[in-house]
Write a protein that binds this ligand. Structure first.
Ligand code: ADE
Length: 248
């Protein structure tokens, strides 16, 4: 069965445009997944196709009305679940979330604009609320595209080569080591000798040490959760730099 992603939005064109190129388009052509977009305005019946209204209790901004959302959901045959609202008030979306969604047969995303959704739409038809991070976008479309791409690239057959995904899960919880390609020298900067040594074990240990150091430096929160293995300690001893110690 083809993996199915449905996006409920006021701007279906934005979603379709991004999905019509690069990996998302190639994966769809290969039959790995299919995209269905739904315009929330199609579920309104006033002349102005109004989707928003002022908040009860007062305050700035407009609220996305419950009715167009609920009617849109009810009109879709076989809407893939979970239906996830993208909102800065949701739980953080991570690679773990992406992997979990990729295990299923599809999911749906509800995009907002304005200040937020009428809570009753969330209560009635939405399964989950997810945020991309601690910042506020003008609408959920970019967040929905990020989530879709993060999941679809994990589906079997989506990338030309599944080993890059495997390598990522191997280094799970750590930042990536630095990468280099030809030429060996560029503007006076030289590729580290070890990467040209042909010693694969040594290359692997160097990369591991780099990943650990970077994570400690840039993401102490992730590093605190990482349990250093014997191999990690060996790599760090072989390629000494700043002291790396996990107080956890
Ligand atoms: N919509 C607006 N801001 C968002 C965010 N940070 N994550 C998910 N959806 C959003």
């Amino acid at each position: 069965m083809t993996f199915r992603v449905d996006v409920l939005t006021l701007f279906p064109g934005l979603i379709e445009h991004y999905a019509s190129d690069t990996i998302l388009a190639r994966a769809a052509q290969r039959g790995v997944w299919e995209l269905h977009t739904h315009d929330l305005r199609d579920a309104t019946d006033d002349a102005h196709r109004t989707v928003d209204d002022t908040p009860f209790g007062g305050g700035a901004g407009m609220v996305l009305r419950a009715e167009p959302i609920v009617r849109t959901v009810e009109a879709i045959a076989n809407l893939p679940r979970p239906l996830i609202a993208v909102t800065p008030s949701g739980t953080p979306f991570t690679q773990t979330t992406a992997r979990r969604l990729a295990q299923g047969s599809g999911f749906s995303l509800l995009c907002g604009r304005y200040e937020g959704f009428d809570q009753r739409a969330l209560d009635l038809v939405v399964d989950d609320e997810v945020s991309l991070g601690d910042f506020v976008l003008a609408g959920g479309e970019l967040a929905a595209l990020c989530i879709t791409e993060a999941v679809v690239r994990l589906l079997p057959g989506a990338l030309g080569n599944d080993s890059s995904v495997e390598e990522e899960s191997f280094s799970e919880g750590l930042l990536e080591y630095p990468h280099y390609t030809k030429p060996a020298e560029f503007r006076g900067l030289v590729v580290p000798d070890v990467l040209r040594s042909g010693d694969h074990g040594k290359v692997e240990r160097w990369r591991r040490a780099q990943a650990l150091r970077r994570t400690k430096e840039r993401r102490p929160d992730l590093f605190a959760q990482h349990v250093l293995t014997k191999e990690d300690e060996k790599a760090l001893r072989e390629f000494p730099g700043d002291e790396v110690q996990n107080e956890g």
